[in-house]
Design a protein around this ligand. Structure first.
Ligand SMILES: Nc1nc2c(c(=O)[nH]1)N[C@H]1C(S)=C(S)[C@@H](COP(=O)(O)O)O[C@H]1N2
Ligand SMILES: [Mo]
Length: 387
């Protein structure tokens, strides 16, 4: 369903009534700033925050979110070896290893294999305060990974699926007391069960346009509900093997070190960065006359949500309104909250999301025993000055 038809359906169903805001229009229909709205600055953002993109880094200015999908020229970009240039004419996706029919597929051949759509948002596992700008939401077009794997015929002994990008660099690999300097490609892997499921997706377009170089042109993997690192850009090879892949970005860099009390004893656990942890954050506060509106974002692994709430200072948690145009399972979810009666002076606003299993977004205190900074999904209090 397109965005337009979603909105029409909602209107038909009368559900829009529930979302009618004090502005006299459905509040969810207007993620973009209305003409009469002005941005209320966050006073907790560092003044010298640099949002200027460089050749291969860009962060989303979340205060400017203007619709369910992040435009290609605003979508964040980050990676380890810069942006490789892949020639579309000679590009081939290789499928090698434990398959009956090894493949070398051109973009044209991949396009002929399928044209599916997937709405999926994601954040980098390092996304965190103050800005939370390593996040975005896209409508991806491509082929389910399973279609490609089935055409190659995965052997019964296959256990591990390694995805290599065209980007590479020299890495110092430590083994006991030895160090080796070796050139290697960016690589990530998925276990058989995940790789052969219906969800991982090979995308060649974002928001109906061919992928840009920033977004991994011509082809990238999208693992819906997982942190960004799983979404291998400039995908050039899928190698199927039996052994676990323990490359740097699989086994060492994307780890979370966290203490957990088990039977009264602290256990230090190192876990792989996989599915996204339940998170919400406030993206902006706007003012129209003497009324204020809060817009925020939820990201998680696709588990349905129970509620999103906003709290002002020490007040009660208040239910926010979800934007139905972002209701897809793996879409990021936008929410709004109308803040009535804001008094002048500084205020603290915070949001929290709860999923249907009763899991509540943790506070920073709850994550005290997480030593590494990845997977920081803590509630983020924001400060605004009301004049
Ligand atoms: N080939 C390749 N793919 C990659 C990376 C990389 O370094 N090389 N970085 C990953 C990380 S850490 C993130 S967060 C996402 C960022 O995707 P984006 O640039 O489309 O936002 O790409 C992932 N895919
Ligand atoms: Mo990342």
């Amino acid at each position: 369903m397109t965005n337009q038809s979603t909105r029409r359906e909602m209107l038909k169903g009368g559900l829009a009534l529930a979302g009618l805001s004090v502005f006299g229009v459905p509040e969810w229909a207007l993620p973009a700033l209305a003409q009469s709205e002005t941005l209320v600055p966050f006073t907790d953002l560092p003044e010298n925050m640099n949002l200027t993109p460089s050749a291969d880094r860009r962060i989303l200015d979340i205060r400017k979110i203007d619709g369910p999908f992040t435009p290609k020229d605003q979508f964040f970009t980050t990676q380890h070896y810069g942006h490789p240039e892949v020639d579309l004419a000679t590009f081939r996706l290789k499928v090698s290893g434990l398959v009956e029919r090894p493949k070398s597929l051109s973009l044209e051949e991949l396009r002929k294999m399928g044209r599916a759509e997937l709405v999926a948002g994601f954040e980098c596992s390092g996304n965190r305060r103050p800005l939370q700008g390593l996040s975005g939401n896209g409508r991806w077009t491509g082929v389910p990974l399973k279609t490609v794997l089935d055409s190659a015929g995965v052997k019964a002994s296959a256990r591990e699926f390694v995805f290599f990008g065209a980007d590479h660099g020299e890495e110092e690999i430590e083994w006991r007391t030895q160090k080796f300097k070796l050139e290697q490609q960016f690589g990530r892997s998925l276990p058989r069960e995940k790789a052969m499921s219906s969800e991982p997706f090979l995308a060649y377009a974002l928001n109906s346009e061919p992928l840009t170089r920033h977004q991994g042109s011509p082809l990238r993997l999208i693992v819906p509900g997982w942190y960004g690192v799983a979404n291998v850009k400039w995908l050039s090879q899928i190698h199927v093997q039996e052994d676990q892949y323990l490359g740097k970005f699989q086994a060492r860099w994307y780890r979370t070190l966290k203490g957990e009390m088990i039977d009264g004893e602290m256990k230090w656990k190192e876990t792989a960065v996989t599915h996204m942890q339940l998170k919400s954050f406030i993206a902006r506060v706007t003012r129209e006359g003497d009324r204020h509106k809060v817009l925020g974002v939820v990201l998680n692994d696709g588990t349905p949500l129970k509620s999103v709430e906003v709290r002002v200072d020490d007040g009660p948690w208040q239910t926010a309104t979800m934007d139905p145009s972002t209701s897809g399972k793996y879409s990021w979810k936008l929410f709004t909250y109308v803040w009535n009666g804001a008094t002048s002076g500084e205020h603290t606003l915070v949001s929290r999301v709860t999923d249907v299993n009763g899991k509540v977004q943790p506070t920073a205190e709850d994550l005290e025993n997480k030593k590494s900074f990845l997977e920081d999904n803590s509630q983020q209090p924001r400060k605004v000055m009301i004049s």
